[in-house]
Design a protein around this ligand. Structure first.
Ligand SMILES: Nc1ncnc2c1ncn2[C@@H]1O[C@H](COP(=O)(O)OP(=O)(O)OP(=O)(O)O)[C@@H](O)[C@H]1O
Ligand SMILES: [Mg+2]
Length: 483
């Protein structure tokens, strides 16, 4: 199992960190906007409350002036208390020296005197001030008209600044802070839960990758949902499938190769041993045995050279030497090379290069290897007296089409699909007679691909086969591609 990461280095920690930053930022933003609106509301309420208090003080002053004029001093205290309670403020009547005249008796929290600076002279005056034990107050001073001296008395109405607005910013903000702290705590919890939920499939994936890397090729992960991690899991399973397939192919390949090598080797060993032990007296038999040994050695050599070709192609080490090639003269050359083998098998070999076959740029040695395999098959799988034709004609795109046609045994249609795969032979016993390993056509297909072309086959059992190669006018990429 892969070791778990230390928490602070894990994706989980990062997830938590980003989540926290995000939550904190949004809470901060929300708090700032909310705070701004609360403060604005408080300010508006204060302005309104000041106006109202000033109006109420004026109204009280009118009543007080009447009482002063009528000498009803006892009712003044009553009125101050009553009206003061109504507006949640303190009303006082003060003389010009600042002494509080009413209400009497004074409450304990009240100073005995009011600073004369706070008194109004001719006009109504408002201000905010600190009064000793009372604290910060909004104060309205209204001069009272009584007798000859109009400013002898003042009505002072004071209200704590904190009581002016109904909205209390401090309290609201405190509650907001508590709510924010709770929200932050909850989001940490949520982030932890979410991160383990989201990262669980990733953890499963890394465990599966570990298992796969340690040889458990059957390991797959569960795929459910539609998200990116599901996609990754699907690709992981696909990759595991491909690895398993390729490992199986490799095993099959090694088994096939060993088998193909062992069969001729067993023959060579057996017959040579018999010859060495002088067990074969008859000269005819001796020749036959030597012939078998030579045949089997050729078969081995051929197998090894096919395997080498495949491994060079697989390793990307097949070198192409691209040059212009006149197909008609080239096919004639190939025909000449194969004529003896065709004659040996009593087959007719004809070359039919259409006069308008274009010259193409390709690698002649690679093409020869391809044609050699195809002609070899055509000769192998056609009975004596048969006909083999090697022909060429122009292709639509400026390239050329080369065909190897025979009227031999043909290939059953259900075998046609895998005929180009490695170690595939139709009727093993038949092929075994000719000593093929089933590699020739797969080498052909790979080489045709290297030349940028395509190979296909048409065949009818009992009537013959046509192998068709389509080659481009130029090799895709560069003209001197090193493959
Ligand atoms: N022209 C053909 N006519 C009939 N059958 C063919 C022809 N060409 C190929 N085949 C069938 O396809 C099989 C695969 O051919 P391929 O050339 O790959 O292998 P091979 O000839 O058996 O062995 P190798 O080429 O490795 O010596 C052959 O075994 C044969 O059964
Ligand atoms: Mg072959």
């Amino acid at each position: 199992m892969p070791a778990d990461k230390p928490f602070f280095r894990s994706l989980r920690a990062r997830f938590l960190f980003y989540f926290l930053i995000l939550s904190a930022l949004s809470l901060l933003l929300l708090g700032a906007v909310f705070g701004y609106f609360v403060l604005r509301q408080e300010h508006r309420e204060e302005v309104k409350a000041r106006g109202e208090l000033t109006e109420q003080a004026q109204a009280m002053a009118v009543d007080l002036e009447v009482m002063l004029a009528l000498g009803q001093y006892d009712r003044i205290s009553q009125l101050l208390r009553l009206e003061g309670n109504l507006v949640n403020a303190t009303g006082l009547v003060v003389n010009s020296a600042g002494d509080i005249m009413a209400p009497r008796p004074l409450s304990m929290s009240m100073p005995l005197r009011i600073d004369t600076n706070l008194l109004a002279q001719g006009e109504i005056e408002t201000q905010e001030t600190d009064i000793g034990r009372v604290g910060k107050v909004f104060l309205v001073a209204v001069p009272l008209q009584s007798g000859q001296n109009p400013t002898y008395y003042n009505l002072i109405v004071a209200k704590g600044v904190r009581n002016l607005a109904q909205t209390s910013t401090g309290e609201i903000m405190r509650n907001v802070l508590i709510a924010a702290a709770i929200a932050l705590g909850l989001s940490i919890l949520l982030a932890l839960l979410l991160s383990s939920y989201v990262l669980k499939p990733l953890r499963n994936l890394s465990h599966a990758a570990w298992d796969l890397a340690h040889g458990n090729l059957e390991r797959r992960v569960e795929v459910s949902g539609q998200d990116e991690i599901t996609e990754l899991s699907r690709y992981f399973n696909y990759m595991a499938e491909r690895i398993q397939q390729s490992s199986q192919l490799q095993k099959d390949f090694v088994a096939n190769v060993s088998h193909e090598i062992r069969t001729p080797l067993t023959s060579i060993e057996g017959f040579s041993q018999a010859l060495m032990d002088d067990m074969v007296q008859d000269e005819e038999d001796r020749k036959r045995y030597l012939n078998i040994i030579s045949e089997e050695s050729r078969r081995l050599k051929r197998l090894v050279s096919q395997l080498l070709a495949l491994s060079r192609i697989d390793a990307g080490a097949w070198t192409l030497r691209v040059a212009p090639l006149s197909l008609s003269s080239y096919l004639a050359e190939i025909g000449e090379k194969f004529q003896p083998l065709a004659d040996e098998n009593a087959l007719s070999l004809s070359i039919e290069a259409a006069s308008d076959t274009p010259a193409i740029e390709t690698d002649r040695d690679t093409l020869e290897q391809i044609l050699q395999n195809l002609l070899d098959n055509a000769i192998k799988f056609t009975e004596a007296g048969g006909e083999i034709t090697l022909s060429s004609k122009p292709a639509g795109d400026g390239g050329a089409v080369i065909e190897v046609k025979d009227n031999g045994r043909g290939i059953p249609s259900d075998e046609l699909k895998q005929i180009f795969d490695r170690f595939v032979r139709v009727e093993r016993s038949r092929s075994q007679r000719f000593g093929g390993a089933g590699l020739g056509l797969s080498v052909c297909r790979d080489l045709v691909n290297l030349l940028g072309g395509r190979i296909s086959v048409q065949s009818e059992p009992g009537r013959g086969s046509i192998f068709t190669i389509e080659l481009p006018a130029k090799l895709p990429g560069s003209s001197e591609a090193q493959i």
